[in-house]
Write a protein that binds this ligand. Structure first.
Ligand SMILES: Cc1ncc(COP(=O)(O)O)c(C=O)c1O
Length: 435
């Protein structure tokens, strides 16, 4: 089929239901950390395409595994088992934190989050969930209910109230903008302790679970302080409420360990993984302990969940992560980024905060360091200008129009030279935006 760029753009405008703030750029090829658009322009991809391509674009082992699988068996109904699905279940049981060895496969992160909620509700008989300010758990009706307190997103729930649940919301550990106006460590982790208050006083029914991202992702890469998760774990244990980790963004090596919970030395009761798991192919999983792993016949399953080719991709991606030592690389390259950004913060006051773990890094832009007014337009400008100069960054966080936090989450195979390139482009853009 021969079709030119203008025609393709026109199809996009005429045919797609636009509901996403996006560029009209059409991407056509990717390799490693580089993605190319239809005009041939190359970009260093510091987004890993919604943070999924942990092993990089089109890793030959992943593509090879998928090709081999689709030649044998491309699809099979989930009620039957398939070899890659069983091998992946076994592999996950080996790499997961201790005890998390029972598995449900999902298609996308949002439905897997619902799977985790389902298990927790069946175990506890509870109906309420505790979730956190700035959380993001997905875009199905249930998961938008669990998400989105940022002003930019509250509007997506309007008019859907009948189907959107309301969780018990508690402040997250956002030290840069502490909701209690306190400072760590003299705060004595009040935000963590507040979860106990919520469990005691805020629920109308039994609480089915406390659900959070170990590092809040769409909230703006918000990293809790030391001791936070020990307190949350203590509270969940004391009240026998399952602790659910949404590791959809943080898991599969992104933060410099296989799972972010390992950085904070805490094991949840139920954990949800996705994104990097399939290295670009659609697969997610809920993993849990034996005691929560109970559903009745027919209570779970989607047409394509556990599809053989996506499981084959995930199996290959896990091998690549381990054998090519990409998790260690994430830690090293993450440190290089953090050092470079800390230096930039000394010269560019628009940088209010730099935070992250491994290759999950956020740069919070502010108009003024004293007032911390979110520099939303400037963050947008930075991302747009960097794209023009050939580097893709992400954006989320506080404020309208998608937030004020510039996000760096490249494939975990990024090299030192590419980190240098990203930092140089960022500095060039900061000079312009701040002038
Ligand atoms: C932390 C987190 N949870 C859940 C989701 C939802 O995943 P999906 O878009 O695959 O439904 C996302 C997606 O960005 C996410 O970042």
């Amino acid at each position: 089929m021969s079709i030119n760029l203008d025609e393709l753009q026109s199809i996009g405008q005429r045919r797609l239901i636009g509901c996403w703030e996006h560029t009209s750029t059409i991407m056509t090829e990717g390799k490693g950390c580089i993605i190319r658009d239809i005009t041939g322009k190359e970009y260093l991809d510091c987004t890993a395409q919604a943070w999924t391509l942990s092993v990089g674009h089109s890793h030959p082992r992943v593509i090879g595994a998928v090709k081999d699988q689709i030649e044998k068996l491309a699809n099979v109904f989930f009620a039957y088992r398939n070899v890659p699905m069983l091998m992946l279940a076994e592999k996950l049981a080996q790499i997961n934190p201790e005890g998390l060895n029972k598995i449900l496969f999902g298609l996308c992160g949002s439905t897997a989050i619902e799977g985790a909620m389902h298990l927790a509700m069946r175990y506890t008989g509870g109906q309420d969930f505790v979730t956190f300010y700035n959380a993001y758990h997905g875009r199905t009706f249930t998961t938008i209910g669990m998400s989105y307190t940022q002003e930019s997103f509250v509007q997506v729930k309007k008019g859907l109230e009948k189907f959107v649940p309301k969780p018990i919301r508690v402040p997250s550990a956002y030290c840069y903008r502490c909701r209690f106006g306190l400072k760590y460590p003299t705060c004595n982790l009040l935000c963590a302790k507040f979860v106990e208050t919520a469990l005691q006083h805020a629920a109308d029914t039994e609480v089915a679970g406390v659900m959070l991202e170990p590092i809040q992702a769409n909230g703006g890469h918000i990293v809790p302080p030391p001791g936070y998760f020990q307190e949350i774990r203590r509270i969940c244990d004391q009240y026998d409420v399952p602790l659910i980790f949404d590791e959809i963004q943080t898991g599969m090596g992104r933060c410099g360990k296989m799972f972010a919970g390992q950085i904070f030395d805490v094991i949840p009761d139920i954990m949800v993984i996705g994104k990097g798991l399939g290295a670009g192919f659609p697969i997610t999983a809920v993993v849990t302990k034996e005691k929560y792993a109970h559903l009745e016949q027919g209570e779970w399953g989607f047409t394509h969940s556990g599809s053989p080719f996506a499981c084959a991709a995930a199996l290959a991606a896990i091998d690549v992560l381990i054998e090519e030592k990409l998790i260690e690389n994430a830690e090293r390259m993450g440190k290089m980024f953090m050092d470079g950004l800390t230096e930039l913060a000394k010269r560019y006051p628009i940088i209010g905060d730099v935070r992250g773990k491994g290759l999950m890094i956020g740069i919070e832009m502010v108009k003024d360091r004293e007032s911390k007014e979110p520099a939303v337009e400037e963050a947008e400008e930075i991302v747009n200008q960097a794209m023009e100069r050939g580097v893709l960054f992400g954006k989320s966080g506080v404020g309208l129009r998608g937030g004020n936090v510039v996000k760096i989450k490249p494939p975990l195979c990024i090299t030192k030279e590419q980190v240098g390139q990203a930092l140089n482009v960022l500095e060039d853009v900061l000079k312009e935006v701040q002038s």
